[in-house]
Design a protein around this ligand. Structure first.
Ligand code: FEO
Length: 395
């Protein structure tokens, strides 16, 4: 795709990765983009690069605007390789001695990734860089979502280059929010749930800080997906809402099954919840991708997890999901475990322990059924469903 002018003299020079379907464990069913930006000023500035395999395309995009050798310096808002993977190629072309502006942690992390002694210029939070008629201001955003992450703000154009924050894994011909409308919001929500959720308290503090600074914002340019120019406050407000992790009266029954016994239990629990007027949904772990389940976890108040016992432990997909969910630190959930077993039946206890470690309010010791559930066992599942419904907050 050709470069796109975001504002006068500021260009999107990124690339579209139409075919990626797995982004380190996150299902990117509609691909993604790696956004890089070029600011044409007295000191021509490149903000971020793209994944290494797209370096040629990035250079080609830049060439359509300017000879890359005229780039004065690079701003690296984030070290992760989807944004710095082409840095070695860029530096080779523009000149190895050109400055790279980054956070202090950025210098450390880039050095560890590239083992190159480049002309790093670490910047302070609030530090400024005059590039001609524009001034860039750097805002440290530690742990959003890496220790090196930072934003770059251009006061004259009221544009925030926000690195991964406010991004979406979405590949399309659209470059701006007004070209796609609300269809982009589920992608933004999935991105938040799978990448930024653990840092919700930091996001709320950051928004408070930015509001306090009174930064005028006309455009937000993230490093993935579309650019927010029609209504940047829409995505900021969505981040505030998601970061509060307010739950609905909604329960997910997440499970896997070997011979349908745990599945029978899951369906009975869902039926009971539905009879109690609760929005409930069974989610089979080999039918739903973990990253799509997490998107639904965001506003569910009950997370009920089921697993058969396999070789004295959890079914592998259940172990995978619990590990993934634990790292993302969802809050304000009630939980419970269930599952069928043959002769030992450890899985339910293992799930309960994991849910407790995640600080869920585990409202039941766990429901186990040997081999195939009979009518009495299914009745126990119904009772568990009712107990969950009664324990839900009245939201
Ligand atoms: Fe899009 Fe943290 O990289």
């Amino acid at each position: 795709m050709k470069p796109i002018e975001v504002a006068q003299g500021i260009y999107w020079v990124g690339v579209i990765d139409w075919n990626i379907r797995d982004f380190h464990g996150y299902s990117t069913k509609q691909g993604t983009t790696y956004n890089a930006y070029l600011i044409m000023d007295e000191k021509i500035t490149l903000i971020d690069t793209v994944k290494r395999e797209f370096a040629d395309e990035l250079i080609h995009n830049i060439i359509q605007i300017v000879d890359p050798k005229r780039i004065a310096h690079v701003i690296s808002n984030h070290t992760e390789m989807d944004h710095s993977g082409s840095l070695a190629r860029v530096m080779h072309i523009i000149g190895e001695d050109k400055p790279i502006y980054c956070s202090k942690m950025g210098r450390k992390n880039l050095s560890r990734h590239f083992r190159q002694i480049w002309n790093y210029k670490p910047v302070q939070d609030g530090g400024e860089l005059r590039i001609g008629k524009r001034t860039l201001t750097f805002l440290e955003t530690r742990m959003l979502h890496w220790p090196d992450s930072m934003f770059t703000y251009v006061e004259e154009d009221k544009i925030l280059f926000s690195s991964d924050a406010f991004g979406q894994h979405y590949a399309g011909v659209e470059r701006f929010d007004d070209q796609i409308g609300d269809e982009i919001m589920p992608h933004a929500r999935k991105y938040f749930s799978n990448i930024l959720l653990p840092y919700s308290p930091l996001i709320l503090k950051l928004v408070e800080k930015v509001n306090g600074m009174g930064l005028a914002l006309d455009v937000i340019c993230p490093d993935h997906g579309i650019i927010w120019r029609q209504d940047p406050s829409k995505i900021i407000n969505a981040y505030v809402e998601w970061s509060h992790q307010k739950s609905k009266r909604r329960v997910l029954v997440i499970y896997d099954t070997m011979w349908h016994s745990t599945e029978m239990m899951a369906n009975a629990i869902v039926d009971a919840l539905a009879q109690e007027g609760v929005e409930a949904k069974p989610m089979h772990l080999r039918s739903w991708h973990r990253s799509d389940i997490i998107t639904e976890v965001l506003d569910a108040s009950g997370i009920i997890v089921g697993s058969p016992t396999m070789n004295n432990g959890l079914f592998p997909t259940v172990g995978d999901f619990l590990t993934y969910m634990k790292g993302l630190r969802p809050r304000n959930k009630i939980g419970a475990a269930f599952g069928s077993y043959g002769w030992s039946g450890e899985a339910v206890k293992l799930i309960s322990r994991e849910l407790e470690e995640m600080k869920f309010d585990v409202i039941d010791p766990g429901l186990r059924v040997q081999y195939v559930p009979d009518e009495k066992d299914l009745e126990r599942c119904y009772r568990l469903g009712k107990k969950i419904a009664q324990a839900l907050p009245g939201v």
